[in-house]
Design a protein around this ligand. Structure first.
Ligand code: HEM
Ligand code: HEM
Length: 278
C-alpha cells in the first residue's frame, strides 16, 4: 500500500475504532447513569443487557470482523489464520446477540409483556437467523477444505454482499430499538420534550450510523483489499529473499490509483487472482 493510501486507510481505521469505542461508552453510560443499571433479575436491569450486548458485540465486533482482512500488517499472516480470526470474531458477535435476546425475552416473560409484536423484534430476529446462516455457510464453504476453489470464488460476491447487508440491517434494527426504548422509557419529561437522556441517546444513534458508514467505506475500497496469497508469495520471492518484513513494501505495487503503478504483468495477475478466493 503506497504511503498516501496507507495514511488514508489509517485515518478511516482510527476514526472507525474511535467512534466504535465512544458508542460502547455511550451505551454503558445510558444504562448505568440514566437507567436501572445491569443485573440478571428478570427486571429492567436485565433488559439493559440487550442494548449493551448488541452495541459491543453485534455491532462493534461484527464491524471489526468485517474489516480484519484489510489490516495491511496482517497480510504477512496466512490466509487460514485470518479466516479463523474473521470467523471467530463473527461467532463472538453472534453469541453476544443471542445472549442479548435471551435477556429481553426473559424480561418480557417475567413482566408478562407479549413477545415478538414489534417490527423491531421481527426484523431483529430475521437478522440474527440470517447471520447464523451466513456463519454456518462461511465455515462450510471457506474453512472446511473439501469445498472446491471454483465454488468458493463463485459464492464470494454473495458472501460479501450478504455480509454487508446484514451489517447494515443490524444497525438499522438497533436504531429502531433505541427509538422504541426512548418512547417507552421516557415519561415526565417525555421524549418529545427532549430531556438530556433523549439528546444523549439520539447522539448514540448518530454514532452507530457513522460507525457503520466508516466500516462500509473501508470494506468496499478495492485498493485496500487483502492481496491473494499467491500474489504475496510471488512479490515476496521476486522482491528478494524470504524475509517476511519485506512483504510490506512489495505490496505497495498492488494498489490502484497510487503513484506506485504496478507493472502490467503484476496488475494482470493481481486482477485474475483477486477473483480466486481460497
Ligand atoms: C425487543 C432483537 C437492538 C430495544 C427485541 C426483540 C428482539 C430484538 C428479537 C423481541 C423480544 C421479545 O419479543 O420478547 C434485537 C436485535 C438488535 C436489537 C437483533 C440489534 C440489531 C436493540 C437496541 C435497543 C433495543 C440497540 C435499544 C434499547 C428493544 C426493546 C424491545 C426489544 C425496547 C422490547 C420491545 C419490542 O419487543 O420491540 N429486540 N434488538 N433493541 N428491543 Fe431489541
Ligand atoms: C470476506 C462478512 C463469516 C470467510 C467477507 C467480507 C464480508 C464478510 C463483508 C468482505 C471483506 C473484505 O472485502 O475485505 C461475513 C459475515 C460473516 C462471515 C457477516 C458471519 C456472519 C465468514 C466465515 C468464514 C468467512 C465463517 C470462514 C472462514 C471469508 C473469506 C473472505 C470473507 C475467505 C474473503 C477475504 C478476502 O477478500 O481476502 N466476509 N463473513 N466469512 N469472508 Fe466472511
Amino acid at each position: 500500500m503506497a504511503m498516501d493510501n496507507l495514511k488514508q486507510f489509517l485515518v478511516f481505521l482510527f476514526a472507525a475504532a474511535a467512534v466504535g469505542f465512544v458508542s460502547i461508552i455511550f451505551v454503558i453510560r445510558w444504562v448505568l447513569h440514566y437507567k436501572e443499571g445491569l443485573a440478571w433479575d428478570g427486571g429492567l436491569a436485565e433488559f439493559n443487557w440487550h442494548p449493551v450486548l448488541i452495541v459491543t458485540g453485534f455491532i462493534f465486533l461484527q464491524g471489526i470482523a468485517i474489516i480484519v482482512y484489510r489490516l495491511p500488517w496482517t497480510w504477512q499472516c496466512s490466509k487460514l489464520m485470518m479466516k479463523f480470526i474473521h470467523a471467530g470474531l463473527n461467532l463472538l458477535a453472534f453469541i453476544f446477540a443471542v445472549i442479548s435476546m435471551v435477556a429481553v425475552f426473559d424480561f418480557h416473560n417475567a413482566a408478562k409483556i407479549p413477545n415478538m409484536y414489534s417490527l423491531h423484534s421481527w426484523l431483529g430476529l430475521i437478522v440474527v437467523i440470517l447471520y447464523c446462516l451466513q456463519l454456518v455457510l462461511g465455515v462450510g464453504i471457506y474453512l472446511i477444505p473439501i469445498t472446491p476453489v471454483s465454488w468458493r470464488a463463485m459464492v464470494m460476491p454473495l458472501h460479501v454482499y450478504s455480509g454487508l447487508l446484514l451489517f447494515s440491517s443490524t444497525i438499522a434494527v438497533a436504531l429502531m430499538g433505541i427509538t422504541e426504548k426512548l418512547i417507552f422509557g421516557l415519561n415526565n419529561p417525555k421524549y418529545k420534550d427532549l430531556p438530556p437522556e433523549a439528546v444523549f441517546v439520539n447522539v448514540l444513534g448518530v454514532l452507530l450510523v457513522v460507525f457503520g458508514a466508516l466500516i462500509l467505506w473501508i470494506a468496499t475500497r478495492q485498493s485496500w483489499k487483502r492481496p491473494s496469497d499467491e500474489i504475496l508469495h510471488t512479490l515476496h520471492t521476486n522482491g528478494g529473499g524470504e524475509d517476511s518484513t519485506r512483504v510490506g513494501p512489495a505490496l505497495s505495487q498492488l494498489t490502484e490509483g497510487t503513484d506506485a503503478e504496478p507493472s502490467g504483468d503484476v496488475r494482470r495477475r493481481s486482477n485474475k487472482l483477486d477473483d480466486q478466493i481460497n
